[in-house]
Design a protein around this ligand. Structure first.
Ligand code: AMP
Ligand code: FE
Ligand code: FE
Ligand code: ZN
Length: 280
């Protein structure tokens, strides 16, 4: 039995609906799936229903954009209570930041004489948590860039003329936000951040796990983080980071996490719930 615990739907910058993602997950033979849209849990209700109908176990999730010591980090939250008031309020704030950032990016593009309109981007994104991929798609649709990669290379990558930094919560704040919503906090794709020296701080802040298996982790990188997880007594997760068709071919099915890790995650959540009950 296998799981994919890192998936993006059209509720953030993926192209599949939750139902389309679950249909793909079913074909790939997954026993469990988690939805981890950027800074939103809006897709979780539909994903839960679709998983239920397909006989797949669903784990609620989100990928929070955070930073620590000037480095952008992504913190995955799992088993989140998606009705948690503080979580929803903070996510709404992140989404407002994302929307303002889109307006700012469009203004910079306009200053470069690229005639893009923020409303076009919002219409195309059609979600509360829009990001650079939506601006890139609008640039391609409008004939201003030949491909998503070109849009990022010319305009949207860090340091390029339409790049706008994003105000982010700190990584310890992200971990705390996840914990107070009954979730587990996991550092996403640590191999992409080259920030191993930050991990001890995150562990001190209560980090629960490391995403050891990820599309962009080679076997050597995965082994490195598996050893680190073992040493630091952290849980192990993994997923494809599928964005549907937005990054070429859909990645769901290419990373298969052994279900034994899901069992360990669930045991950790139960342990924490019992401890929290004891404290009250
Ligand atoms: P944002 O959250 O707005 O900063 O956008 C970051 C997202 O952009 C990442 O999660 C990726 O999905 C996507 N992304 C980054 N670089 C590229 C690229 N070269 N081509 C397509 N998508 C990209
Ligand atoms: Fe993304
Ligand atoms: Fe990420
Ligand atoms: Zn992701």
């Amino acid at each position: 039995m296998f799981a994919d615990l890192h998936l993006h739907s059209a509720f953030s910058d993926g192209t599949f609906s939750p139902e389309q993602m679950v249909a793909r997950g079913k074909r790939a033979g997954f026993a469990a799936l988690a939805l981890t849209d950027h800074d939103t849990v809006e897709g979780c209700a539909r994903m839960a229903a679709a998983c239920g109908a397909a006989g797949i176990e669903f784990i609620t999730g989100a990928e929070l954009t955070a930073e620590h010591k000037d480095t952008e980090l992504h913190v995955l939250g799992y088993f989140l209570d998606v009705t948690n008031k503080k979580l929803l309020a903070e996510l709404a704030r992140c989404q407002a930041v994302r929307q303002n950032r889109i307006r700012e990016m469009v203004a910079r593009l306009n200053a470069l004489l690229v005639p893009l309109n923020a409303d076009e981007v919002f219409e195309l994104a059609n979600c509360g948590s829009p990001g650079r991929p939506h601006v890139a798609r609008s640039l391609v649709n409008g004939g201003h860039s030949r491909s998503l990669d070109e849009a990022f290379e010319h305009y949207l990558k860090r340091g390029r003329p339409a790049w706008v930094p994003k105000a982010k919560m700190s990584a310890p704040e992200a971990i705390e936000l996840i914990h107070q919503a009954s979730g587990l906090a996991v550092m996403a794709h640590p191999g992409l951040n080259r920030a191993d020296d930050l991990i001890p701080d995150l562990v001190a802040a209560g980090l629960d796990g490391l995403e050891c298996y990820h599309t962009k982790h080679t076997n050597r990188v995965a082994r490195h983080y598996l050893e680190m997880a073992e040493k630091l007594n952290l849980l192990v997760t993994g997923g494809s980071d599928c964005h549907g068709k937005s990054k070429g071919r859909p990645l769901i099915g290419t990373v298969k996490l052994d279900y034994a890790h899901v069992e360990r995650l669930k045991a950790a959540v139960s342990r924490k719930t019992v401890e929290a009950l004891k404290r009250t």
